[in-house]
Design a protein around this ligand. Structure first.
Ligand code: AMP
Ligand code: GLY
Length: 420
């Protein structure tokens, strides 16, 4: 079959790498892709937020199956357009993608589903929001309702910080995303990510992971899109993941179906775990980035069969073949990230890294210039390895990092510290 993946990051490189291992894949196109993806698949220049353009491209190229990577095309309704055109697609409709695109929507769904999450209230005006903060006190969490590229959440340790966040949000700092604000109880515990494939009715867990959001070692410094991840996450072992499935994910799916907007695709539940009890922090309607890199390395070619089954409503017949393994990805970023950083520095040594089913350098943001790979963004490479233990995966990943010659880049040296 001919497959099209939409996206340009390390997540999409990992999806492409896994899909290519499945003999069902005859041809793979990634749009727009990047220099790393270009080494293993065809890349096509396409505006992936333009549903008409995606449908015309898929028709012209006889695409049988589309996998949507990032949230923006999902929220823009690209899946709705593809499905109307009769093209099988992995990902939720715009109505179902509200689970990521609107925090207030998600909280309402959770309340209706009885899924445990933080106490909350929603506001469209600053004065009552300020009163609520003063009444509740700190710590407290202030969130812009809409998509804000991961920056619309302020975990306020004191009241002044929370009040300042209200001023920023209603002052337009987050654009339309901040015209409505959700204020939440601060939840204590350990965070982990739980990934579940959904076909509208059935939920099939495909793995757990932990990300590292802060830029600095020891979880210090500003937040980023994620500096590294590993799978599985020990904090979700035992019956914790099972509880998250039964108490949070399955009731959410039932509520979405009841509303006439069944959820299909991957549901990424961000969980807070305390004393073995999971509560929902947030949903994402796509694979995590860089969490997808470790999940794909563990799943390999079966990822395509699972995504096809999710799109076609066949998940109840599917099983995941779990290997008793661990994977880790280390993000190499341009110096200065998440602040100002340069583009265009040359990355050497990539050809000295042997890539196989346990070692891969996924490209997050690279381009090719005069035959050389150059950095083209903040998070640039995802150096990913698998092993029989997390320590083995870590040693392999950092050995690859050390073989890469990129003086303008940096990484955290402590990925996995919580589990190791
Ligand atoms: P998000 O940008 O939605 O991924 O949220 C960013 C981070 O804020 C989450 O990963 C949590 O670490 C933190 N966070 C969000 N909501 C809460 C909450 N209610 N209690 C504690 N931490 C939270
Ligand atoms: N790594 C966090 C995310 O993809 O949202």
């Amino acid at each position: 079959m001919n497959i099209l993946i939409l996206g340009a990051g390390g997540r999409e490189h990992a999806l492409a790498w896994a899909v290519l291992q499945n003999p069902k894949c005859d041809r793979l196109v990634v749009a727009p892709g990047n220099a790393g993806i270009d080494r293993i698949a065809e890349c096509a220049d396409l505006d992936i937020l333009d549903g008409d353009a995606v449908v015309s491209f898929a028709d012209a190229e006889s695409i049988d199956f589309v996998i949507v990577g990032p949230e923006a095309p999902l929220a823009a309704g690209v899946v709705d357009r593809l499905e109307t055109a009769g093209i099988s697609t992995f990902g939720p409709t715009a109505a179902a993608a509200q689970l990521e695109a609107s925090k207030a929507f998600t909280k309402e769904v959770c309340d209706a589903a009885g899924a445990p999450t933080a106490a909350w209230a929603r506001f469209t005006q600053a004065a009552p929001a300020r009163d609520y903060i003063r009444a509740r006190g700190a710590p407290i969490v202030v969130k812009a309702d809409g998509l804000a590229a991961g920056k619309g959440v302020i975990v306020a340790t004191d009241e002044d910080q929370a009040l300042a966040a209200i001023d920023d949000m209603f002052g337009g700092e987050f654009g339309d995303a901040g015209t409505e604000v959700v204020i939440e109880e601060f939840m204590e515990g350990e965070e982990a990510s739980f990934f579940v494939l959904c076909d509208g009715e059935v939920a099939l867990p495909i793995g757990t992971a932990q990300d590292h959001k802060r830029v600095g070692e020891g979880d210090t410094g500003p937040n980023t899109g994620g500096m590294g991840a590993y799978s599985p996450a020990p904090v979700l072992e035992g019956d914790v993941a099972d509880r998250a499935l039964r108490e949070i994910v399955e009731p959410t799916l039932a509520e979405m179906a009841r509303r006439g907007t069944p959820y299909r695709g991957v549901l990424y539940a961000g969980l807070m775990i305390r004393d073995g009890a999971p509560r929902l922090v947030e949903y994402n309607v796509r694979f995590g980035d860089p969490e997808a890199q470790v999940l794909m390395m563990r799943l390999g070619g079966q990822a395509l069969d699972l995504m096809l089954a999710a799109a076609e409503g066949r998940l109840k017949d599917m099983r995941v073949n779990w290997a008793d393994d661990h994977a880790m990805t280390v993000v190499m970023a341009a110096r200065g990230y998440p602040g100002a950083h340069d583009k265009g520095s040359v990355i050497g040594g990539l050809d000295t890294v042997a890539e196989d089913s346990a070692h891969m350098v996924f490209h997050a943001s690279t381009t090719e210039r005069d035959g050389q790979i150059v950095a083209n963004g903040g998070r640039v490479l995802n150096v990913t390895a698998r092993g029989a233990s997390l320590a083995e995966a870590r040693d392999r990943a950092y050995a690859m990092v050390d073989a890469i010659d990129w003086p303008e880049g940096f990484c955290r040296r402590d990925i996995g510290w919580r589990a190791l």
